[in-house]
Design a protein around this ligand. Structure first.
Ligand SMILES: *[C@@H]1O[C@H](CO)[C@@H](O)[C@H](O)[C@H]1NC(C)=O
Ligand SMILES: *[C@@H]1O[C@H](CO)[C@@H](O)[C@H](O)[C@H]1NC(C)=O
Length: 300
């Protein structure tokens, strides 16, 4: 009897604790056959760049650029939202796997993809908006800088950064250290990456979502993990196109100080703050973010 009591109170406590921790960012599954086309474009040094494309090419084009160590999958909640793909023409360029480990080569890859798009579609009357998440933002900015002949009509930065000298939070710094272990010890690297994804959102990712991110990050080679981000602040100051900065108030990767600094440099900036959201509003605040993206592009 005593044992039963003990056991049931244990189970009760366990359930109560799991009920408390249940507030997580869940994984969603999306339809496989959704009309996404994919193909390769030849880039610098003959590299094959994997591209995904969706939506009516007559609509304004959005070019998504991913964060460090992430892939198109990180944009699932936007890519599969009919509110977005019915209004816009979506392009994702998988620069993470194209052996381009510098901002300049990323820019060159994007340029190669534009070459193909320009040959197929009429861009005279069409708007192009770059949307970057995290390091996808310097990627987008550096593209604009290096290829200024291509007119970009709007820029969305989601938890982006504008220079590489921001302070890294003490809680997360050791995981970055492990992730770039010079011996490339896989155990260290993967636990470092796992630690980063653990802290990336304000509400924790569910195990499934964390594993999804971890799986695509763990295949990145050391050269990629070591690749430098660079400083795009000087260029950013010069642009006057409509720019939307989306900032998670609980972002541990880029502090509020950095986000406010970023905002202060811009000429034509709208800033939106999300409370109780960390570095990953793509998943943490899907409905609001998608609506904010649509509103922003509709105004341009
Ligand atoms: C991009 O810009 C950098 C420096 O601003 C320059 O060194 C590089 O050659 C440029 N690359 C291309 C492909 O234009
Ligand atoms: C980089 O950003 C920080 C804010 O996070 C700012 O204080 C610093 O002056 C910037 N440095 C450069 C070189 O732009």
């Amino acid at each position: 009897m005593k044992l039963f009591k003990l056991l049931s109170s244990f189970i009760f406590t366990f359930l109560a604790v799991s009920a408390v921790t249940v507030a997580q960012v869940p994984l969603y599954t999306f339809p496989e056959e959704d009309g996404t086309k994919n193909y390769y474009v030849k880039g610098e040094k003959g590299v094959k760049i994997f591209v995904e494309e969706k939506g009516d090419p007559k609509n304004p084009t959005i070019i998504f650029s991913s964060g460090y160590l992430t892939s198109r999958i990180s944009w699932d909640p936007q890519w599969f939202d009919p509110e977005i793909y019915e209004k816009f023409h979506l392009i994702y360029v998988n620069i993470d796997n194209s052996n381009s480990y510098s901002l300049d080569l990323y820019a060159a890859d994007l340029f190669a993809v534009f070459g193909k798009l320009f040959s197929e579609y009429d861009f005279k009357e069409k708007k192009i908006v770059l949307i970057g998440w995290s390091t996808g933002v310097p990627v987008s900015l550096n593209f604009m800088k290096n290829y200024s002949d291509i007119k970009i009509h709007g820029l969305v930065s989601i938890s982006g950064l504008v220079n590489n000298t921001h302070n890294v939070d003490d809680k997360i710094a050791p995981f970055f250290q492990d992730m770039i272990d010079p011996q490339d010890n896989l155990f260290k690297v993967v636990s470092g990456i796992d630690g980063i994804f653990n802290l990336m959102s304000f509400k924790p990712f569910s195990d499934e979502l964390r594993l999804l991110f971890l799986g695509s990050a763990a295949v990145a080679p050391l050269e990629y993990r070591l690749s430098a981000i660079g400083n795009v602040a000087e260029f950013y100051k010069t642009i006057s196109i409509p720019t939307l900065l989306v900032i998670g108030e609980k972002d541990i990767i880029f502090s509020m100080d950095h986000s406010l600094y970023f905002a202060s440099l811009g000429q034509n900036v709208e800033t939106i703050f999300y409370k109780e959201v960390g570095h990953c509003s793509l998943w943490e605040n899907i409905k609001v973010l998608n609506k904010d993206i649509i509103n922003f592009i509709s105004k341009i």
